[in-house]
Design a protein around this ligand. Structure first.
Ligand SMILES: [Fe+2]
Length: 140
């Protein structure tokens, strides 16, 4: 794959929740997803990709915990939906990780995972986290 053909995941204002802590976490998550994309595009190999998967899982779980605690504290109506979406993501990401290992570290599979991560994060932030942000802002 040519590195220039891989689309970079860019953060823009449409993804803003208006809550600085949550936005900062999301930007870090997006940066980690981009690191993965770059590792794939530059053929960095299985060890680098596996390390990035581990970091992404760790960071996503850490961020979800903070976001969920914030949503619960402010009694956001969408808190449970958000929590469920996070749990589904962690489980799906685990399956994708297994798929990658079973594929003998295929770059095609890694790229599919990268694309799924971009899609999931974009859609989750737009459809759920922006509501969480609105709820938190209205309560503070
Ligand atoms: Fe969320």
């Amino acid at each position: 794959m040519n590195p220039t053909t891989l689309q970079t995941f860019t953060w823009d204002d449409s993804l803003s929740t208006g809550v600085p802590m949550i936005d900062a976490h999301h930007k870090e998550l997006i940066a980690a997803v981009n690191d993965l994309g770059q590792a794939i595009a530059h053929h960095k190999g299985a060890t680098a990709i596996k390390k990035l998967f581990v970091f992404l899982k760790f960071y996503a779980e850490w961020h979800f915990e903070h976001e969920e605690a914030c949503a619960a504290k402010h009694k956001c109506p969408i808190a449970e939906v958000n929590q469920q979406a996070h749990a589904t993501f962690i489980s799906t990401f685990g399956h994708l990780n297994d798929q990658y290992k079973a594929s003998d570290a295929s770059e095609v599979v890694a790229l599919e995972i990268y694309e799924k991560l971009v899609d999931w994060l974009t859609s989750h932030i737009l459809k759920i986290d922006t509501h969480i942000g609105r709820c938190i802002r209205s309560a503070t």
